[in-house]
Design a binder for this molecule. Structure first.
Ligand code: ARG
Length: 555
């Protein structure tokens, strides 16, 4: 519709208008769109009030019902039946392709996401990275990019040396098999406790990691086993969330690929010795980037630099995103700077996509303090709560288990994505599962309600003859019309919360329509109202899909 206004105005005052000048008034009595004439006064040498009046008078277009000049603005009231018909037809024809575009032109974007650490519980931070990364990848895909989802597993580093020592001293094969993550975490914690008393343990840990890096087959076999067992546990979570990856090359994958990079850094004279370690100095405002420890062991940054080069080589990405918590900002600045110093201009296309913490009762979660939330347990609990709700509301529902999963998991995803990712979020299961307010279940219920109207109507042919559009309907039409724009803004700003907010708005206006308008009444508007409901299901379902959620047909 905005494009239409633009076109009409360009016919009257060419060269004076661009899209950004057209406003959408907050109050509906001021029209659907408004065009302020103040900036035109200078060029046209007339007062804005006069310009507005002249423009308003010259508008005669079937798309506009009335154009009113008010205090230097032209307020546009659109031809509601005309646009309603056009928008509903477009949505029903394009179906789930509505809102898709080609702005990405097939360019590749890698998304470093999820990336939990093996032998440790999958944390809430990793949940955020998984859910945000997944939604961003869906948005990119809808906008014509080619996303590559990479699970950069934390499966390498000195901690594995410690774990190997701990397992040899106190471990049991059966326990690891029965409850891998719990057992390995307990071993790791015990290692730290005992190392306070017996300092030689730390040396043993370092030595064990060294033999791992050197490829000692016995140590390697143990490490592989820990990794496989951990991955099995993580897979359960990914299955529940419905998330998959294009690559699971983690840190370990780069073990034998770092030496040439260290070599290159040396040749480019970027490495300096500092307390026995080798670092790259990167200016006064940042600490140097550690590349090798004094014992020759590589570090997190060494692996990330190597991985970035390898990804550029493999995927030739146009952009490379890292969906990782705020607290790692410095790390990503450092690796970008090092790559730039190496002469790789494309380092500018590396972007850290940070997010905030998850708080419980206002406090940060930490593994050390013991107030960790085990994700698998949380997901199960959410599903359990959702199934209690189902038993209360709709005990005869088919596929109850599947539904409870869609609702429980959806509630967690939605509560994460509804705020801008940079905000810290408070974790409250009961709140996120409520069916009223800005929650996942609220949107899903609304969607199911719309589906049930369509089922009752028992017709699939919605010929859209629109004669009259009431205010409830018009609010919905305007929202539906905005969807493609919301998708493209969410994609460019890597911000799924725009989609979540849109879904809330659409669900709310649908519910007030539903509460005030008899959809199924047999009159001449029936088909049009059904087309409206049908369009709402298409767009709500697609919005939920872009967030990584399901839209149950019945709840
Ligand atoms: N495994 C890391 C952690 O849990 C996150 C990895 C993030 N990605 C990266 N390329 N550094 O902190």
């Amino acid at each position: 519709m905005k494009q239409d206004i633009l076109e009409i105005l360009q016919g009257i005052v060419p060269e004076q208008v661009d899209e950004n000048m057209i406003e959408e008034p907050t109050y509906t009595h001021l029209g659907d769109y408004a065009f302020p004439c103040f900036s035109l006064a200078k060029v046209l040498k007339k007062s804005p009030v006069l310009i507005a009046e002249e423009i308003a008078q010259r508008i005669s277009d079937p798309r506009v019902q009335t154009a009113k000049a008010v205090n230097g603005y032209v307020n546009f009231f659109m031809n509601k039946p005309y646009f309603s018909q056009h928008i509903l037809e477009t949505i029903i024809n394009q179906s789930n392709q509505y809102g898709s575009s080609h702005i990405g032109q097939g360019s590749v974007v890698t998304i470093d996401m999820s990336s939990p650490n093996i032998a440790k519980p999958f944390s809430m931070g990793h949940l955020r990275s998984t859910v945000i990364g997944n939604s961003i990848s869906l948005l990119l895909e809808k906008s014509g990019y080619q996303p590559v989802k990479i699970n950069y597993l934390g499966d390498w580093g000195t901690q594995f040396g410690k774990l190997l020592v701990a397992y040899r001293l106190w471990g049991s094969e059966k326990k690891v098999q029965d409850a891998p993550i719990e057992t390995l975490l307990a071993l790791y914690i015990r290692f730290h406790e005992e190392a306070e008393i017996d300092e030689t343990l730390n040396d043993q840990g370092r030595a064990a990691f060294k033999s791992l890096e050197d490829g000692d087959s016995e140590v390697l076999a143990l490490w592989k086993w820990f990794r496989t067992e951990s991955l099995k546990e993580f897979q359960k979570i990914y299955d529940l969330l419905g998330v998959s990856f294009d690559s699971e090359n983690g840190e370990a994958y780069y073990n034998d690929k770092m030496e040439p990079i260290v070599e290159e850094l040396t040749q480019k004279q970027l490495l300096v010795k500092s307390d026995g370690a080798q670092v790259v100095e990167i200016g006064d405002d940042m600490p140097p980037c550690l590349i090798k420890k004094s014992d020759g062991a590589t570090l997190y940054a060494t692996r990330d630099i190597t991985a970035a080069l390898d990804r550029k080589h493999t995927y030739n990405f146009a952009k490379s995103l890292y969906v990782v918590g705020n607290e790692q900002s410095l790390h990503f600045k450092q690796i970008k700077t090092v790559l730039n110093k190496m002469g790789y201009g494309w380092s500018a296309s590396i972007q850290h996509v940070p997010f905030g913490l998850i708080l419980k009762d206002g406090e940060k979660l930490s593994t050390r303090k013991g107030n960790i939330i085990l994700l698998e347990r949380v997901l199960k609990e959410a599903i359990q709560l959702a199934s209690v709700n189902i038993e209360e509301k709709n005990p005869n529902l088919k596929n109850k288990i599947e539904m409870a999963e869609a609702i429980g998991v959806g509630a967690i995803i939605f509560s994460d994505l509804k705020q801008h990712r940079k905000h810290d979020i408070e974790f409250n299961l009961t709140k996120m599962l409520q069916t009223e307010g800005e929650t996942g279940p609220y949107i899903q219920y609304t969607c199911a309600r719309a589906y049930s109207i369509l089922r009752k109507a028992e017709t699939n042919s919605h010929d859209v003859q629109v004669n009259d559009v009431n205010d409830y309907e018009w609010v919905i039409i305007k929202l539906l019309n905005q969807f493609p724009n919301v998708v493209s803004r969410a994609t460019t700003s890597l911000d799924p919360s725009l989609i979540a907010k849109f879904a809330v708005d659409l669900a709310q206006s649908f519910n007030s329509f539903y509460g005030n308008v008899q959809v199924l009444t047999e009159d001449e508007g029936r088909n049009y109202r059904l087309a409206l409901v049908h369009s709402v299901t298409i767009v709500l379902k697609e919005a939920l899909r872009l967030l990584g959620m399901k839209a149950p047909q019945e709840m």
